[in-house]
Ligand binder design. Sequence first.
Ligand SMILES: [Mg+2]
Length: 230
Amino acid sequence: MRKYKQLFFDLDHTLWDFATNERITLNQLYDSYNLKSHFSSFNEFYERYVPINADLWALYRNWEIRKTDLNTGRFHNTFLTAGLDDVEMAEKFSLDFIRQNSLKTNVMPFTFDLLEYLKPHYTMHIITNGFIETQKLKLEVSGLRPYFKNIFISEEIGAQKPKIAFFEYAIKSSNAKKTESLVIGDSLEMDILGAKNFGLDHVYYNPYSIPHKEKVFKEIKSLNELIGWL
Ligand SMILES: [Mg+2]
């Protein structure tokens, strides 16, 4: 007898390999925008971009900046570190990035093995913090969409993980019972603490074994550990 009936998966970094896809897209744009005349290497550009992007995302999550400030700002600020002050270029770069990145199809190891294994036994949903158009495109193009009944996107719901309102909306809309629901995600802060605070069992996918002190229901290093456990 299976304990769970409904599974709620995070998308970015849990199923869709965000880090790989983002790096490939940025590398392509680095070339097409001829950024080598401003940076010494792609790695230098990328290493400056990563923390700038993370800081702006944190501000966006707290409603301190708007979506456009995040999208354009992360590139404008990265360009500024090389003395390149060009907002228009940052805007165009951002649009190209969003469009091209959403079309990338790399997924985390064992994603499709796991989904095929789970498909006959569970109703599955996506719970993601992100933008409607990009998340939907990623799901379609990567072939993930058919596995999921509902796609819950923070921009559509008007609340982001780890807010209880987000989880409450997803559970209610799926007609799920909390005791029969399981959340699977890679973010301790957003997926795991969010699920915990709302009283849902959860699996922390921690592929790089990042140390932490949080008490979690279950932790895995690879998605294939769920084959057999579920
Ligand atoms: Mg994630």
